[in-house]
Design a protein around this ligand. Sequence first.
Ligand code: ATP
Ligand code: MG
Length: 361
Amino acid sequence: MATVTYDKATRIYPGADTPSVDQLDIEVADGEFLVLVGPSGSGKSTALRMLAGLEEVNGGRILIGDRDVTHMPPKDRDVAMVFQNYALYPHMSVADNMGFALKIAGKPKAEIRQRVEEAAKILDLEPYLERKPKALSGGQRQRVAMGRAIVRQPQVFLMDEPLSNLDAKLRVQTRTQIASLQRRLGVTTVYVTHDQVEAMTMGDRVAVLNFGVLQQVDTPRRMYDHPDNVFVAGFIGSPAMNLMSVPVADGGLKLGDYVQPVERDVLGKATGSEVVLGVRPEDLEISDSGRGLAIEVDVVEELGADAYIYGSMPGQDAGDKPFIARVDGRTPPAKGEVVHFQPKGEHLHIFNAESGERISD
Ligand SMILES: Nc1ncnc2c1ncn2[C@@H]1O[C@H](COP(=O)(O)OP(=O)(O)OP(=O)(O)O)[C@@H](O)[C@H]1O
Ligand SMILES: [Mg+2]
């Protein structure tokens, strides 16, 4: 087992004007499950491939334990990678697929067999060892791909969207299996996904990338409760956090016809006359006094205990970013109604309107 350190690691593809991974600094602890998440093109696969040795590093360093692997060939790094397209060899049995890397490495037959059987046991693949991949379900094939990584007993597992070929239901099951397997084996793991729900449910910590730049690395809880900037605030959480530009007033923020009180030292960190206010859908309540942010209800999504309302300020087009609030499922407002919302005081996220950086505690 080992730690993994990205130390200002940078990748600029030939001919590109901007880095695809820009001075990445992350320390992954021994045995930790770290998830890299971000939108398409944010540099997740590049960052992972740099660690695997499949992509050149143009600046900074990468360490596994205290070994500097920045310019080491992939085979010497002691990492095993599971890809999105895990491409099993169709003509080989499951057992041969799983043991292939060991065979290439010249390990004795008996040892290969033993390691494959151990991995098959862990992955519930024992009954299928002699089958060909085409006679397996998608989830079983995915486990064979995991098995190929496990038999190598590497210091680090690298996984790039390994669940994206599975259907939605299987994906949820398999992500739980991978997370619990990783905890059992205790092997340091870097896992890439563009799905923030997957990131939040699987990772000990989550690292959010955007345009090759690390935005925040934190536990899922901290990431949700305390996004460091507007990007993370909007990216993490489903349905998404409401983000709106609001005027700074004396002693607070002006929300429609009332002033939401905010501490002075927070307001002092604003530049200009506005800030970006973030409020999660579950942190809003309908105000009985009829004061607060007026929202016209466009859609009511009833989920039983709760309902989500999607709306916009009267006279404004919500576009693709409607205002979302969670309300009581038994007495939701009706479509077309105008309701007034106030945030529950302690769960405000306030960001500098220019820099996008968090200014509230
Ligand atoms: N071989 C390459 N040559 C040039 N540019 C590349 C190459 N591979 C990736 N890029 C660019 O680098 C950036 C990051 O790509 P990368 O594949 O790391 O993104 P990603 O976060 O994994 O995205 P996705 O979620 O779509 O897989 C993108 O802008 C991409 O176009
Ligand atoms: Mg990718």
